[in-house]
Design a protein around this ligand. Structure first.
Ligand SMILES: [Zn+2]
Ligand SMILES: [Zn+2]
Length: 579
């Protein structure tokens, strides 16, 4: 067995984490005699173990288990490996039903075990040599987990631990987790009154509240304005379509499990759309297209519905109904490079406007089976490659990672915590133009098949807003903030003046609210800060007399008194520059 110093860091951490899982199981079995233990693998930041216990665990239990673990670690006991016959293993784990089931699944005649102290586990290893070598850890949480992930099997209690080589790395990890929890868009969505979910009336369906709706409107208005500037046509397509549309497009065959059951309309099956593409193709086909008409860029904020298993739904990030910022570009072979380049530049401009500067770009190439010809794919992959290389964008090749209908570029943006979020896709399609037999008349007077590119910048508005909330921790820049300023009158006699200010601001399209509750000024300032409103405008006698307001920022800084007209100009400027 390799000594602990000789193995790579990754392997070393794997051994440490896996060994800690054993030590935790030892501790739990000692504290809860008769406990049944199931599986305990290492994971990317630590480890877990699943148990069947006589009662639900509480956070206090974690402390006791941790303490017991530290005793084993302090004793620096050896891990010993052993191979025994299956029958012997069955006898050894006779009161452990989960282990017995695991033993039954082992094909070899013998069973591999690891032991430390009086604790023995079924295990292939590898482990550290001694319990003193497991590194810095902390038990972090308790969760329910079905045995073998099967909802028809018993629900076990899972204990998670974080483990790193050094206490400093552990601290950094825990701080990151805490920061991520503070930024959790589900929590902020509730606290900032942006949106809600109502599981009882359908999970994965978003209810946008007025403030979330305001944020969304700002994003969509910006999206529309910039699409018109970039010479896209904005379209609207139906939410349902007849079965024949979806069988021609191939969605019923290849995407059926993500589509909802049909509804009967006049004896025909109609389906709620999971994608907008077939509708845009019909618009393309609605008249004869000449090469002079191309490229045609059609964009839609198209709301689609897709079935996702309830277990994978996650806030705004994974939902069952969402609005894609979809676009389809129909062009000639000569135009395709230019169009892909434009789409990429457009994307970088867009994401930059929302404060994202760092990306990871992936170019996904042909899988084993694909639609279209090898030449089409070679050309398309080459175009994608050239477009990213011309822009000096570092990228990785995702070999064979494309879906069957065409190669694509996937862009994952990195937020302030360095987390990756899949948003943008630019995707060739050699399938739908064929299936719907679309064509344009070329310079030679003959019919040719146009290239079709699908493109989404945000991916979906829901997902993008979720990412945006986490990126900014809910403290949106002024141009996005649902409420840009709260006006706080010091006394009731200032309310009329405050109301007039509200009118002045609204006339300039600035989003302000007045806080005329009977609370103390400090409490109102604190509440506005908690709501992450960028500006607090305080008005009292002096301000009223001078046609001014006293300005505070949400970070606590005090800008002093400013004349009203000056502040309005300043805020309008801040909105316009999206700073
Ligand atoms: Zn093990
Ligand atoms: Zn599409």
């Amino acid at each position: 067995m390799a000594s602990i110093e000789q193995v790579s860091t990754e392997d070393r951490l794997y051994r440490m984490r896996h060994s800690a899982a054993h030590i935790m199981a030892e501790a739990v079995l000692e504290i809860f005699p008769g406990a049944k233990f199931a599986i305990g693998p290492p994971i990317d930041y630590g480890f877990y173990y699943d148990f069947e216990l006589p009662r639900p665990l509480t956070p206090d239990d974690l402390g006791a288990i941790e303490q017991r673990m530290r005793r084993t670690i302090g004793a620096d006991l050896a891990f010993a490996h052993e191979e025994i016959a299956k029958d012997e293993a069955r006898a050894m784990f006779s009161d452990q039903p989960y282990k017995l089931e695991l033993i039954d699944g082992i094909e070899d005649a013998s069973v591999s075990l690891y032991k430390h102290a009086a604790f023995t586990d079924l295990c292939e290893g590898p482990h550290v040599e001694r319990t003193g070598q497991v590194g810095a850890f902390k038990l972090t949480s308790i969760a329910g987990a079905y045995w073998r992930g099967d909802e028809h099997r018993p629900m076990l209690q899972r204990i998670y631990g974080a483990l790193f080589a050094t206490p400093q790395e552990l601290e950094e990890h825990l701080a990151r987790v805490e920061e991520a929890a503070k930024r959790d868009h589900r929590r902020l969505g509730r606290e900032l009154d942006l949106f809600s979910f109502h599981e009882e009336f359908g999970p994965g369906l978003v209810y946008w509240h007025p403030k979330g709706g305001r944020l969304r409107t700002v994003i969509e208005d910006f999206w529309r304005q910039e699409h018109y500037r970039a010479n896209y046509g904005i379209v609207y397509s139906p939410h349902i379509g007849k079965g024949t549309l979806w069988s021609t497009s191939g969605h019923l065959d290849f995407y059926g499990e993500n589509m909802y059951s049909p509804m009967d309309v006049d004896g025909q099956d109609y389906y709620v759309k999971p994608m907008n593409c077939p509708f845009h193709i019909q618009m393309f086909k609605s008249m004869t297209r000449s090469y002079r008409d191309l490229p045609i860029r059609m964009a839609e904020l198209g709301t689609v519905y897709r079935y996702e298993r309830s277990g994978v739904l996650h806030g705004l990030l994974r939902v069952r109904g969402f609005t894609q910022d979809d676009a389809h570009i129909f062009c000639t072979p000569d135009q395709v490079q230019e169009e892909i380049g434009r789409a990429l530049d457009f994307m970088f401009f867009f994401l930059g406007a929302f404060g994202f500067e760092n990306y990871k770009v992936y170019l996904a190439t042909a899988p084993d089976k694909y639609a279209g010809s090898r030449e089409d794919w070679d050309m398309a992959e080459e175009v994608l490659r050239r477009c990213v290389e011309e822009r000096n964008i570092p990228y990785e090749i995702d070999e064979g990672g494309a879906v069957f209908y065409g190669p694509k570029i996937d862009v994952k943006l990195l937020d302030v915590l360095g987390r990756e979020w899949q948003c943008t896709t630019v995707q060739f399609d050699f399938n739908l133009p064929e299936r719907f037999d679309i064509a344009y008349v070329g310079e030679d007077g003959k019919e040719h098949r146009p290239y079709m590119v699908h493109r989404a910048l945000f991916g979906s508005i829901e997902r993008f807003v979720g990412v945006l909330i986490e990126h900014y921790a809910g403290a949106f820049p002024l141009w996005l903030a649902p409420v840009q300023a709260v006006i706080i009158p010091i006394a009731d006699r200032h309310i009329d003046y405050a109301r007039r200010i509200v009118d002045d601001f609204r006339a300039e399209d600035l989003r302000v609210e007045i806080d005329d509750r009977g609370e103390r000024m400090q409490a109102k300032i604190r509440d506005a800060q908690l709501q992450k409103v960028p500006y607090m405008l305080i008005v009292g006698d002096r301000e009223q007399e001078a046609e001014a307001v006293s300005v505070r920022r949400r970070d606590g800084s005090d800008l002093g008194a400013l004349p009203l007209f000056q502040l309005i100009d300043q805020l309008k400027d801040e909105v316009a520059t999206r700073s």
